[in-house]
Design a binder for this molecule. Sequence first.
Ligand code: 5AD
Ligand code: SF4
Length: 419
Amino acid sequence: MNVSDTEIVWSILQAAGYDKTDSSAHADVILVMTCAIRDRAETKIWNKLTHYRGLKRSRSQKKNFPPLQIGILGCMAERLKSELVEKERSVDLVAGPDSYRDLPRLLATASLTGQPAINVALSLDETYADIVPVRMSADGVTAYVSIMRGCDNMCTYCIVPFTRGRERSRPIESILAEVGHLSEQGVKEVTLLGQNVNSYRDTTSSDSDPNAQTITAKGFSTVYKPKRGGLRFAHLLDRVASVDPEMRIRFTSPHPKDFPDEVLEVIRSRPNICCSLHLPAQSGNDRVLERMRRGYTRRSYLDLVERVRRVLPSVALSSDFICGFCGETDSEFEDTLSLIRQVGFNTAYLFAYSMREKTTAHRRYQDDVPPEVKQRRLVAMVSTFREEAATLNKSLVGKQQTVLVEGVSLFFVILIFRL
Ligand code: 5AD
Ligand code: SF4
């Protein structure tokens, strides 16, 4: 998501006359695209800022150079707002995820006044639909296309609804135009992006029934009232896949609740939609899932996996898991390990819980699992996942697969030199 946002920011800055440099030592402006999902993501940024502060100081000693401007963009900017400039005086600009269009003005204001410029207003409709991203992927083979922003789910541990704001979707015609353009440029794989990508709902189109209720996967519930009207993800996916049958389509990151059967049917019927699904489970224990406010039980999650495998027998599954969430006991955690074993994921993103201010968990629960226990559980998740993934990988030995060559890997280069 941050790569995609950076591509949007590049486009806005380029139109305002800015040029790109690959070296921070040559830059007049350094903008840092940030994440706030876990405390560690923010620690990395604070460390980077110490370095940039040094660059700013040495720049101020050089004659005939404008002062270096430093800006913080994205979720950490949105979360900390003016606190950022109070804590780090070298920061000139703070811009949240919905204020990138304002960047040229913010840079000019900060430079004119010598005071930090801040815009952290969240929007109900900003999707940057009309902005053609300046692609950062060097391979020219793959590209990201942002289709929606924000999240209405309010999982109790998660800061995203507070930093990215409410869900809103980009109009379908603008997505199709971008995908068509990428196909003409020879791009071979497009990844549709959104915080909650399969909650897609384009309400700007007159093609949809305004009373049609959004259908969730069986056994899944939402914290919000059922939404009505709008073109849904199944429709979008089908249209995107038909733009260029030779172009691979992927999407991330979805929520398991938004996999009604019709989405699975579209994936089955379109060979160019990659048969790999991300189904973030977060935990394998019902009490923890309830505290997380995920809107499903272990049983309904497993039923979904079964349905997915019935419709898409060769599907590769990936997931996200958090260990050490508030109040998680050893036996509750064991259920997560057993779910990882039972399903068998090809890929997994595994995290130790990090308490975030503003979230429901921060208000309601205690971050009472000691750090060393979280760490031990994380190690256990990693090794359980690896054992299962190794079995899945072995089952592919000797089989033929179509692969997309994205570039030469460093490992491969080393091998060639050795030969
Ligand atoms: N602590 C740890 N992991 C988190 N995630 C979201 N919020 C937190 C948190 N507070 C994880 C979830 C999500 C992924 C993007 O990050 O697993 O799916
Ligand atoms: Fe966060 Fe994902 Fe839950 Fe939204 S659905 S609140 S982004 S974990």
